[in-house]
Design a protein around this ligand. Structure first.
Ligand code: MRU
Length: 351
């Protein structure tokens, strides 16, 4: 049984610098950018060079390391950790993994200080924390993949939206992890990938990484999802998420809500896959999740050429909320959570 995942690493820690895969250039060009400052990392997150909730968190954790590694005293080091974490938290608002990773880095720094390490040992320990965030994400995703795969049977058609794959995480992805595990085990699944307007994470990233791994993937435009469901080609939907509220409402890439409504209309289960770090018990419902709005140009000239009249009004939210009643299950590294979400999501964190 050989490993099916052959994908590119979205973030590589390279001896004091972040080598970041510029995802805006995929699938045409594979370019790693060397990032050496917190400003570089902020800019990479804001402009979608790195994207996907877990990958954003990993990049930001390394951003704190690069911002603090030149400090000459423990006080200056601690200040750099706190200030860079605050700064990086302003890069994008919706994915809670960003804030989770930054909080974890700040907490690690506090513990390190409490232990009275030397400056050099403190820096090393914080670097190790960022490396651990990345390594744990890989293990987590494999566990998510195992649970998700238990929901699928040979020859099923499964639709996904956006990219919740290896490119969006340390490895394997969340929603795409079961497809890699199925491939490893010789189990055939037919994956349908929505292209995911406006910036085409489905076409450029999901279709790219699944196709590269030899997974049976068919690319469709977003507005074809209802048609392929009506033909009986889809047995399940699985997507990732940027934040799950305490009541099980799910924020994910714009268009996810439409897919969930279509799935319900066709009696197809709609699953969400995510690590515990994406579940935000401090946000009671989806209406309190901040939804990022992005530049008009993503819609009016997203293909490098103008496709809309100059001056037209544009609305470009990057995410939408799928209410919990559309969600058949939330697949985590600790198992599959079903309704009532308020109660059952909380249980995940109890031990
Ligand atoms: O704007 P993006 O590309 O960062 O949006 C990504 C998504 O919506 C993903 O589905 C989500 O972050 C989960 S990634 C495992």
């Amino acid at each position: 049984m050989s490993e099916a995942y052959v994908g590119l690493e979205s973030v590589k820690w390279n001896n004091g610098q972040v080598d970041l895969l510029d995802q805006r250039l995929l699938p045409e060009e594979i370019v790693y950018l060397p990032l050496t400052t917190k400003e570089d990392v902020w800019e990479a997150i804001r402009h979608l060079k790195v994207r996907g909730a877990p990958a954003i968190g990993i990049a930001a954790a390394y951003g704190v390391v690069v911002a603090s590694q030149a400090a000459e005293t423990i006080e200056a080091w601690q200040k750099a950790v706190i200030e860079s974490a605050q700064y990086l938290a302003t890069s994008r608002p919706t994915a809670v993994n960003l804030f989770w990773a930054l909080d974890r880095m700040k907490a690690a720094a506090e513990q390190i200080i409490a232990q009275g390490f030397s400056l050099e040992d403190s820096k090393k320990a914080l670097e190790n924390e960022a490396i651990a965030i990345q390594q744990q994400d890989e293990e987590t995703n494999r566990a998510i993949g195992e649970y998700a795969l238990s929901l699928f049977k040979e020859d099923m058609g499964v639709l996904t939206h956006c990219n919740a794959g290896g490119l969006a995480t340390a490895k394997y992805g969340t929603a795409l992890a079961p497809f890699y595990l199925a491939k490893e085990r010789g189990m055939k699944l037919r994956v349908f990938a929505d292209e995911t307007r406006p910036v085409l994470q489905g076409a450029r990233l999901t279709a790219f990484e699944l196709h590269q791994a030899g997974v049976d993937v068919t690319l469709i435009c977003d507005n074809m999802a209802g048609m392929v469901m009506s033909k009986g080609w889809i047995d399940a939907v699985i997507v990732g998420t940027d934040r799950v509220a305490a009541n099980g409402d799910v924020a994910n890439k714009i268009g996810t809500y439409s897919v969930a409504v279509l799935a319900k209309a066709h009696g197809i289960p709609f699953y969400v896959a995510c690590p515990l770090s994406t579940i935000d018990l401090n946000t009671p419902t989806g209406s309190e999740i901040p939804i990022e709005e992005r530049p008009d140009e993503e819609i009016t000239e997203g293909f490098g050429k103008r496709t809309a009249p100059q001056g037209v009004k544009v609305f470009n939210p990057a995410f939408d909320i799928t209410p919990n009643e559309y969600v058949a299950g939330i697949i985590t590294e600790k198992g599959i959570v079903t309704a009532p979400y308020e109660e059952n999501l909380r249980k995940l964190f109890e031990n």
